[in-house]
Design a protein around this ligand. Structure first.
Ligand code: SAM
Length: 215
């Protein structure tokens, strides 16, 4: 299977026609080997236009969703980024190609461990991963220039707003358990500027400032 060619097709047929323009991002998605972030049983579908199961009832997002969320972060290359919901580690790898340091938190230990192994074998030395409740953020490492939450929440967790740097951008899918909108927040001295973007469906953000265990 020519995965490089499949990545090129993914960029040309799924990302560019839907309006993804950031050249650095398109090139990062041409580079990151998405097939190594899904289990071997899904390797051949890794570049299809869909989310895929990654075990433990969780998913790796559709390539377009990874692209739009990343584009909305407006990364220039020198940012410290926090991701909540490491999952397979694919989104973190795309972020690591485009920023300085990535801190990523996953609540399911088995997923943290497999993501950590992937980061190591692919030489992503600028990704730091831990297991925990990401709705509490990573206070010791804050503030963050960018925060991305890759699970659905009823609201923006307060600790994440506190840990966002002044002038920083946060992206989160907000809404019900079954459908959400991507919300982009820019933190200014005076207020939080909110912009709603595309509809989406994510697995729930489960934690103290997300959905409770029962939802
Ligand atoms: N970004 C991932 C990727 O590239 O594969 C996909 C994320 S998946 C859609 C959502 C992830 O969020 C799941 O792995 C889930 O276990 C995790 N999650 C849910 N609630 C969480 C929380 N409070 N803290 C950290 N991770 C959480």
């Amino acid at each position: 299977m020519d995965y490089k060619e499949l990545r090129e097709q993914m960029v040309r047929t799924q990302l560019i026609p839907r309006g993804i323009k950031d050249i650095r991002l398109l090139d990062a998605m041409r580079r990151v080997p998405r097939h190594l972030f899904v289990g071997s049983q899904n390797e051949y579908s890794a570049y299809d236009d869909m989310a895929l199961p990654i075990g433990m009832g969780q998913t790796i997002s559709q390539p377009y969703m990874v692209a739009i969320m990343t584009e909305l972060l407006e990364l220039q290359g020198d940012e410290k980024v926090l991701e909540i919901g490491t999952g397979s580690g694919y989104q973190a790898a795309v972020l690591a190609e485009l920023s300085k340091e990535v801190y990523t938190i996953e609540r399911i230990e088995a997923l943290t461990e497999s993501a950590r192994e992937r980061f190591h074998s692919l030489n992503y030395g600028n990704i730091h991963v831990k297991t925990g409740d990401g709705t509490l953020g990573w206070p010791e490492e804050s503030p963050f220039d960018r925060i991305i939450i890759t699970a659905a929440s009823p609201k923006i967790p307060d600790p994440l707003i506190e840990q966002l740097a002044m002038g920083g951008i946060l992206i989160i899918p907000v809404g019900s358990r079954f459908s959400q909108l991507l919300l982009k927040i820019k933190k200014t001295k005076e207020r939080l500027i909110e912009e709603y973007h595309t509809p989406c469906v994510f697995v729930p953000l489960i934690g103290e400032h997300g959905w409770g265990k029962e939802g």
